[in-house]
Design a protein around this ligand. Structure first.
Ligand code: ATP
Ligand code: MG
Length: 392
């Protein structure tokens, strides 16, 4: 029944002179997500609106599904387009539309006409009154409520006429590419994929790094991270996933440093390496799934010790979230089922029985001196072995 979608966007409407940058980014992303959908689509900007028009038949469900993953979209309105043959013909078209959508239902409605085409001979108020009256006659279950209608029936008079009333919520946020690129530390857990999603939702392209510790972590654990990246990429577009072999560094820390500080020191090396890759690849910030107090390595003191090695900003969008809320989000975005698969992760392989919860930065720096002999070389080697996977 529908031939088009009217795309409504929020925040990006208020960006003054930069507005076109945001709109163009949104149009670009809409085209990208519609590319694999069955059908041909024209995406156009017009007077603060974006229209997606299908040329011929298309897969409606798939198209809606794809558009619902586009950051920056506040709502998606499926539109029926009819030719302009004057008010009488339009009334018949609207009655037909209302019949298809709401026949037999008990609801309140209001007609809202917008006369973009000033050549249309009847003013919008009159169109509202005329068509509203005919709807009342034709559908006894429907009554008018001009203040809080169940159904807002929009009629846009343009060179053709657009009729719509349904509003499907989009994810909101900002269009991808309007805020550069950042590097996500992606583990196989529940939190980091959600963290990546949240930052991407603010318009940031995502790349990712995964620290792999074979044979302590298996190929399947790595595959799980690839699967998670693929899920996240449905929203964020392609992700370059850097897989870093962390085994030697981890073993060296285990041999040289106090075991209760192991996790913190490991986390510091992960951050250092992630930051190096970020800088080499034009990423402007790091992203982690950390949340205050979730585990020993995420107390405020531990986060301070981890943060100590970074010069790029580190975004921790889940910092004040309860686990339950993170799980809810993970389920919503479709990463949860993969995240809970039971493969080992490299942080838990060597985890101490009683890790420090209040590390002192000075003490940790002193402990790391024991690594002086070989660590730079090992980090360089890990970076040189960076395996880059293009995740789509
Ligand atoms: P997650 O559910 O994201 O794994 P977590 O609660 O298990 O988080 P930690 O294992 O302490 O917490 O990790 C904290 C953060 O450090 C993760 O959210 C992730 O950003 C990063 N991280 C941890 N392990 C790895 C890894 N092997 N590779 C890449 N990043 C990692
Ligand atoms: Mg983890």
């Amino acid at each position: 029944m529908f031939q088009a979608f009217l795309i409504k966007y929020g925040e990006i409407g208020v960006k003054g002179k930069n507005r076109y940058v945001f709109e163009d980014a949104l149009v670009k992303r809409i085209k990208e997500v519609l590319w694999p959908v069955e059908g041909h689509f024209q995406v156009t900007k017009d007077q603060g609106r974006i229209y997606v028009e299908a040329e011929g038949a298309f897969d409606y469900e798939e198209a809606v599904e794809a558009l619902r993953r586009v950051f920056g979209i506040v709502s998606i309105c499926p539109v029926v387009i009819v030719e302009d043959h004057g008010l009488e013909a339009l009334t018949q078209d609207v009655l037909h539309y209302v019949g298809e959508m709401y026949a037999g239902q008990e609801k309140t409605f209001k007609v809202h006409t917008r006369r973009a085409n000033k050549k249309f001979p009847v003013e919008s108020m009159e169109v509202n009154a005329e068509i509203g009256g005919k709807i009342l006659e034709a559908y006894p279950g429907l009554t008018v409520d001009v203040h809080h209608p169940d159904i807002m029936l929009y009629i846009e008079l343009r060179s053709q006429i657009y009729i719509y009333s349904e509003v499907i919520p989009g994810p909101g946020g900002m269009p991808l590419g309007t805020n550069g690129r950042s590097m996500l530390l992606l583990s196989g857990g529940i939190d980091s994929p959600v963290a990546g999603y949240m930052v991407a939702k603010r318009g940031v392209y995502i790349d990712a790094v995964y620290f792999h510790a074979p044979p302590y972590t298996s190929e399947r654990a790595k595959q799980k991270v690839v699967d998670l990246a693929r899920r996240v990429a449905m929203y964020t577009g392609p992700i370059r996933l850097h897989v870093i072999n962390f085994t030697d560094i981890q073993m060296y820390i285990y041999d040289q440093c106090p075991h209760d500080e192991l996790t913190i020191i490991m986390r510091r090396y992960m951050m250092r390496i992630a930051e190096q890759i970020a800088k080499d690849t034009g990423c402007l910030a790091l992203i982690t799934g950390e949340s205050i107090g979730q585990v020993a390595s995420q107390t405020v003191a531990s986060l301070t010790a981890t943060n100590d090695v970074c010069t790029l900003p580190v975004f921790r969008p889940l910092i004040a979230f309860d686990k339950e809320d993170i799980v809810t989000l993970a389920k919503q975005i479709g990463t949860y089922e993969t995240s809970i698969l039971p493969y080992e992760d490299c942080c838990t392989t060597f985890v101490a029985k009683h890790p420090v919860t209040k590390p002192k930065v000075e003490q940790i720096r002193r402990s790391e001196k024991a690594l002086a002999e070989k660590i730079d070389e090992m980090v360089a080697e890990a970076l040189a072995g960076d395996e880059v996977l293009e995740i789509r």
